[in-house]
Design a protein around this ligand. Structure first.
Ligand SMILES: *Cc1c(COP(=O)(O)O)cnc(C)c1O
Length: 225
C-alpha cells in the first residue's frame, strides 16, 4: 500500500476525477486539476510537482511571491493560478507571478490587470468570479450583473475572459450554484467553469466544471483557511 503522502493523495484525486468524468460521459482530461497549495511551503509542494502535477493555485499574491519563483526555476513548465481576492494595488505583482487569474470581479481590478498586462507584455487568461449565493461578505459579481460585466471586461477593457468561477456558500448544497454558473457562462459564450473544491469536485464535474480547485484532499488539513 502507498503511504499517506501528498503525492499518493494526488494520485487518488486524479484517478477519481477521471472516473467521475467518464461516469458523466465527459471526455478524458476535460477537467483540469488545480492543486491548491496555499499555506503549504515549498518543501510540501515539491513532492507533488515531482509526482507530475504542474498546475497549482494560490489565494494570496504575497504568499505566492515568496515560494514560487524558486520552484519555477527548477520546474519551468509550472502553471500558477490566482484563486483568491485581488486588490488593485497588487495587480502588478499578480500579473508578474501568476499565469491565470480566477477572481476578476470589479471594474477597477479589470482595468488594473489590463494596464499591468500591457506593461509587462503578458496576456493572462482570466475568469470572472460570480457570487452565486449573493453573500455580502464574499467576493464576486452578482449573478444579474454578470452579463454586463463580461461584456465590459471583454469589449471595453480587452481582457482575455475564458470563463466563470464560483465558491458556493458552505451551508448550501452546491449543485444549484454550479448549475447557475454553467447557465450564465453558456449564455455568454464562455466555456471555462472554475468550480469544485475538495468536498464537492465530483458534483462540480457533473455540472460541467473544466477546472477543479482541490487543496486539502491533496495536501491535507490546513492550519488556517
Ligand atoms: C482554499 C481554496 C480552495 C481549495 O479548498 P479545499 O477545500 O482545501 O479543496 C479552492 N478554491 C478557493 C478559492 C480556495 O480559496
Amino acid at each position: 500500500m502507498m503511504a499517506d503522502t501528498a503525492a499518493a493523495r494526488l494520485h487518488t484525486v486524479k484517478q477519481d476525477i477521471r472516473k467521475v468524468e467518464a461516469g458523466h460521459g465527459r471526455p478524458a482530461e476535460a477537467v483540469s486539476l488545480i492543486a491548491v497549495s496555499k499555506t503549504f511551503d515549498a518543501d510540501h509542494i515539491r513532492p507533488v510537482i515531482e509526482a507530475g502535477q504542474r498546475v497549482f493555485g494560490e489565494n494570496r499574491v504575497q504568499e505566492a511571491m515568496g515560494k514560487w519563483p524558486a520552484l519555477r526555476r527548477d520546474f519551468p513548465d509550472l502553471e500558477l493560478h490566482l484563486i483568491g481576492p485581488l486588490q488593485s494595488n497588487k495587480a502588478k505583482e499578480a500579473v508578474a507571478t501568476f499565469d491565470v487569474i480566477h477572481t476578476v470581479d470589479r471594474e477597477k481590478i479589470a482595468r488594473a490587470l489590463k494596464t499591468e498586462m500591457d506593461k509587462q507584455g503578458r496576456d493572462l487568461p482570466c475568469f470572472i468570479q460570480v457570487n452565486t449565493g449573493e453573500e455580502p461578505q464574499k467576493a464576486g459579481i452578482a449573478p444579474k450583473e454578470t452579463d454586463a460585466f463580461v461584456r465590459f471586461c471583454k469589449d471595453e477593457v480587452g481582457l482575455n475572459i475564458v470563463g466563470l468561477m464560483c465558491i458556493p456558500p458552505i451551508e448550501d448544497s452546491p449543485g444549484p450554484h454550479f448549475a447557475l454558473l454553467e447557465k450564465i457562462a453558456n449564455h455568454n459564450g464562455l466555456t471555462g467553469l472554475s468550480m469544485g473544491m475538495s468536498a464537492d469536485y465530483p458534483v462540480a464535474i457533473g455540472f460541467g466544471a473544466t477546472h477543479v480547485r482541490v487543496g486539502s484532499a491533496i495536501f491535507g488539513a490546513r492550519d488556517y483557511p
